[in-house]
Design a protein around this ligand. Structure first.
Ligand code: ATP
Ligand code: MG
Length: 426
């Protein structure tokens, strides 16, 4: 026997007992996105590595340490996507979807980052990524946020998440701020953590986001980006806050909030929860008006966010917010006893499915004695067993037995089975 193979660390199987929760979450997200007029786009899982280093930025954790990069057989350098925004922009430019157009897009699927696996942090994880193009005002920033707020409402998560908001201003204001920040941090260079010391020259704004306690102390007294904002950025931010106020969505302005990707400017936001421990960000995004041009397109405004599906699933499970109907339970299991009876029962069951398309009916295939089949029926979680035997089939009848309640079993003509099941299952 060959040695048993294991999945790669941090890349998880999502097992049948877990998939109903995933389907539920995905379906909720899809339906909200649909009602706001967002359209699905699907992009490849691998792209040329240059797309991500150019798009996300060479000084970022993602590009520096987290990408799965390899050469294909042709010697081309490819990466598994660590996020979807760069790919969507690439697809938009390549297919002429962006220039002079308004687009509201979303995609979902696995992303890959070489991180230290832990609860809420994996090497293959799933995001739903939502992007809007061609709209410069704060209204679209607000729409995206209101849409997520509606989703939390539908999922019962509203009380468990908070919105953090910041603005990174225009590129000019960020440059002026950068100078001031570097001047301040350079005084404490020796006390910064190693990553931050390195970032001092390549990507100093990321130091604001450092998780190192010593660095955090230094950062606490750093100059605030807010004081360097130009009027345009200020107005954009004020208008966004006004919409959120009027719509009744509460938020906390966090002037230290920067995002882990270089392409963001102007609005940035994160939805954070305390119910997951340290992996607390469930949804994050912001405005990235420079990205389309950086990737070779004509200047086009962009704003978007990505939700971490594993973290949302963990929340729904931990907080017990999954509706009772979210399970693999079948309604009826068909027990067919007798030699070769399975084959004869199948057409009968097909007619039953015609009449009861709304119910899950599980056919016992593969034979087995009555007792074994009843045990299987019980394990299926079905509410009722439909028992079909040789004699019954001859007589054109079947027996319905409750597997959960103390009800008398019923023998009925086949023509009445569907109607009866319908009446007891609804
Ligand atoms: P973090 O600070 O937690 O590393 P991030 O800023 O790297 O997050 P983004 O790139 O903004 O994350 O991705 C958006 C969302 O995707 C995150 O808020 C999170 O919910 C989820 N996410 C990111 N990385 C992972 C991962 N390795 N495993 C599971 N979910 C993740
Ligand atoms: Mg990260």
């Amino acid at each position: 026997m060959g040695k048993q193979l294991q999945a790669i660390r941090g890349m998880n199987d999502i097992l049948p007992e877990q998939t109903p929760a995933w389907q539920y979450l995905e379906q909720q997200v899809r339906s909200v996105l649909g009602t706001y007029g967002y359209q699905e786009i699907r992009v490849p899982i691998a792209e040329s590595s240059a797309l991500f280093s150019r798009g996300i930025g060479t000084g970022t954790d993602i590009v520096e340490k987290e990408m799965y990069t390899f050469e294909d057989r042709n010697g081309e350098k490819l990466s598994l996507r660590p996020e979807a925004t760069a790919s969507i922009v690439r697809a938009g430019i390549q297919n002429g979807l962006l220039y002079n157009q308004i687009q509201r897009l979303w995609t979902s699927g696995p992303m890959f980052r070489y991180e230290r696996p832990q609860k809420g942090r994996y090497r293959q994880f799933h995001q739903i990524s939502v992007e809007a193009y061609g709209m410069v005002g704060p209204d679209i920033d607000a729409e995206l946020i209101l849409m997520t707020a509606r989703l939390w409402q539908q999922l019962g998560l509203t009380e468990h998440v908070t919105l953090e908001l910041n603005t990174l201003g225009t590129q000019e204001s960020r440059l002026r701020y950068r100078e001031a920040l570097v001047a301040y941090l350079s005084q404490y260079e020796a006390d910064l953590d190693e990553d931050s010391r390195r970032r001092l020259t390549i990507n100093p704004l990321r130091i604001l986001d450092s998780k190192d306690a010593g660095t955090q102390k230094i950062v606490a007294d750093a100059p605030e980006l807010f004081d360097y904002l130009d009027e345009e950025s200020r107005n954009h931010f004020e208008d966004l806050k006004k919409v959120l106020d009027e719509a009744g969505v509460s938020y906390r302005v966090n002037t230290k909030l920067v995002r882990g990707l270089d392409y963001y400017g102007c609005t940035v936001f994160e939805w954070i929860t305390e119910s997951l421990g340290s992996q607390g960000t469930v949804c994050a995004g912001g405005r990235y008006d420079a990205l389309v041009e950086m990737l070779g397109g004509k200047p086009t405004a962009g704003v978007g966010f990505a939700m971490g599906m594993e973290r949302l699933i963990l929340m729904l499970e931990t907080l017990q917010l999954l509706p009772e109907t979210v399970n693999n339970q079948v309604d009826v299991t068909v027990v067919a006893v007798g030699d070769g009876i399975g084959n004869k029962a199948l057409p009968v069951v097909e007619r039953l499915r015609d009449a009861l398309p709304q119910f899950k009916i599980l056919m016992n295939c593969g034979g087995g004695g009555f007792k074994a089949q009843m045990k299987r029926a019980d394990r299926s979680g079905a509410k009722y067993a439909l028992i079909i035997g040789e004699d019954e089939l001859q007589a054109g009848t079947a027996t319905i037995k409750s597997l959960r309640a103390d009800e008398a079993q019923q023998q009925l003509p086949l023509s009445e089975v569907a109607g009866f099941l319908k009446s007891i299952l609804q």
